[in-house]
Design a protein around this ligand. Sequence first.
Ligand code: C2O
Length: 568
Amino acid sequence: MASLYLHCTAPPSSKLRPSLHPLLSKPAPFISHARRSHRHPLRASSSDSDSPNRRNVLLGLGGLYGATSLISTDSASANPVQAPELDKCGAATNLNNQQILDVNCCPPVTGDIIDYKLPTFYKLRTRQSAHRLNPTDVFKYNLAIQRMKELPEDDPRSFMQQAFIHCAYCNGAYNQPGQGELDIQVHNSWLFFPFHRWYLYFYERILGKLIDDPTFALPFWNWDNPKGMTIPPIFLDPKAAIYDAKRNPDNLKAVVDLGRTGNKDPMQLVTNNLTVMYTEMVRGNADVYDFMGKPYREGTPVNPGPGSSERGSHTALHVFVGDPREPSGEDMGNFYSAGRDPLFYCHHANVDRMWTLWKDVLPKDKVPTKDITDPDYLNASFLFYDENAQLVRVYVRDSLDTRKMGYDLQRIDLPWLDYRPPVQTALARIKRTTSFFPKVFSVFPLNLTKVVRFEVQKAKKGKADELLVLEDITVDTTKFLKFDVFVNDEDDNPLELDKAAYAGTYAQVPHKAPKKTSTTSIRLRLTDLYEDMDIGDDDSIVVTIVPRHSGPGVTIGGIKIIENPNKA
Ligand code: C2O
């Protein structure tokens, strides 16, 4: 396997410059947090940040935040989404038929909630690539999962209770406190990265405690590197505790398909994958919300909009692993069951790693700031059980730095970081003379069921910093849906993504939402693409949208090109 990947990623030579990054360059700090912990009775969760007047005034704006998805200002605050009230946990619902699941995802309700304070530690845990784990670490990992599976079912740290956490926060078991029937949903918004970071944090600490090893760290599935682009082999041993039978049998040893193109050629898949990574991490984002996801506050309807990493590589791997023989793609292919596959946590350890890399490693000149400073983001909270089965409340603001949380990452080359396509002058020239494509106004609103191609006016002639905005994307949340966007794509082979013309992706993991549809928008930064294709001086571009799912499920209200309002 390894040699295949080495061969297929070697040329073109300049594309793959291995880069080393200083993630582990500093010695582990000794961290001591002096904050006191406050005890709250179970139901007091909605009291801290309630200012009723302000909240009521802004409640009516909740819908506005959801619909006007271009809002990306720190001043439009209402209140943060609050941690759920566990004693009001209700039935979770399955996606396909909106029927109530035959499992109860609600956690046991016990005692008081403590505001969590990050503990003191002496040594950072180091998360390593699952493809490089040594046999001792593999043994420990399996032992820890085995012990988790042996805990009594009603222990909040048990394997199924941990899996239910994902179900409860993602399948409508919780309402937003004080917001009537409005669900809490931790996907498709700016809560995506922080929620999953906290979820893995406690999962990791519970596993460490079960094997009495405070340095235990979850491995990450290094799917962004050619050497990690298969399911890590340690997950394939049917006798191992980390094994799960509900996975797509065709993909157990296949090269991952981050672009969901359906291409079967492993070499083409690797280059597609690197292009997807480069586009969603480096080239396609104009501000922090494009990467992290859209604002989601108290009163905001669910699914305001996913960031580029969530909708791209993250979604693709859920669907890649989930078993198509199961009714809802269980386990990984569906939010309610994803946590039942130990591979889920390994996948998400890499998703979490992408957040760290985006913040720490990516060139600073791409976006004005890498941090969301909005108090409604920083003060959003969740509830988890810690390694001692204590119920704790955690805040987004305490999850921003993994080193303060006690863990760091093995350093691995990032071959996608420099994977910028070569300038395609010749192709762009041919396209410039074409005039037979329909104009944008004649195509939208669009019910996306087949490949469409149309011409859009650029905002400005010359080397402008511009964004392609796809507005009012309405999706059926119960389906896997995906489409790719290309600009001036001449060769028209949708199985290949490794070209300058690939501008970005929308995709979602099937999940339940109250209305079955939700509406969002996405922005794709075109600035580098113009340069790569040498089309900055054109008046217009030709956009191609390629659906990757079959049948209906997506409508797009409109498309336009605007100047980048947040220049770095
Ligand atoms: Cu909470 Cu990858 O999903």
